[in-house]
Design a protein around this ligand. Sequence first.
Ligand SMILES: *[C@@H]1O[C@H](CO)[C@@H](O)[C@H](O)[C@H]1NC(C)=O
Ligand SMILES: *[C@@H]1O[C@H](CO)[C@@H](O)[C@H](O)[C@H]1NC(C)=O
Length: 279
Amino acid sequence: MKNLYVSVVLLQLIGTCLCQYPRPCANSEGLRTKECCPVWDGDGSQCGAMSGRGFCTEVEVSDEPHGHQYPHSGIDDRERWPLAFFNRTCRCAGNYGGYNCGECRFGYWGSNCAEYRESVRRNILTMSPAEQQKFTSYLNLAKNTINADYVISTATRAEMGENGENPLFSDINSYDLFVWMHYYVSRDAFLGGPGNVWRDIDFAHESAAFLPWHRVFLLHWENEIRKLTGDFNFTIPYWDWRDAQTCEVCTNALMGGRSPLNPNLISPASVFSSWKVRK
Ligand SMILES: *[C@@H]1O[C@H](CO)[C@@H](O)[C@H](O)[C@H]1NC(C)=O
Ligand SMILES: *[C@@H]1O[C@H](CO)[C@@H](O)[C@H](O)[C@H]1NC(C)=O
């Protein structure tokens, strides 16, 4: 799941990006060759090709012009994603998925990814206290564990040098990875020079991409939590806030209550009170 290929498919459909970088490709060689077709350990071949799981091929992206709200071209790495970074990636066959086709696509399970299993997301308010506690402990583990498969970029492609001689990527925990992806997809476009940005741009909101982008985003996030915890039945709970008069999830058992000392802070009794914002 969380994979470049899914991002590419999504791009073809709706012209957007998820924008995370597979760790095996985030280096000088990956930048220079523009190829991101990692080996699948299961058989030692790129994209698991020897096992028929997938193959390395050219990335195809839409040639459709940008919307009128973005009168620029060739200035932002997110245009025609992921071509600024990679132009060859794995294309997975059948129900395989992941950046090296070593995983199953969403909804499929088993060593051959042949079993379809539905995942049911549950109402957080009707989960038992033990289940609620498990959920917040998973979030806290994600916040405190470096993601094994993905890194983020800390500079533009141009800043990394024509031949990728200056790869600028960074480790990130599994929670902040998704914070960062959400930021990266919706941030301003840099036009060069301090403060010179184009604000009227967003690859995940303000258009038809809004719902599908966030659905795929959550599927990726669910998958990362499953891999991190080994709890492959994990589903993201939901809060049905339609008739809520108060923030029912703002309790210390759930997302954190208000601090009795400072109403702008989360209560020290909540595990989230110790979370730091990454800058
Ligand atoms: C992909 O990128 C490589 C490295 O820059 C380049 O040599 C190759 O021509 C590109 N392929 C296509 C189809 O653009
Ligand atoms: C996960 O769900 C499957 C299918 O419903 C079930 O067979 C399995 O026991 C569950 N695993 C755990 C750890 O609950």
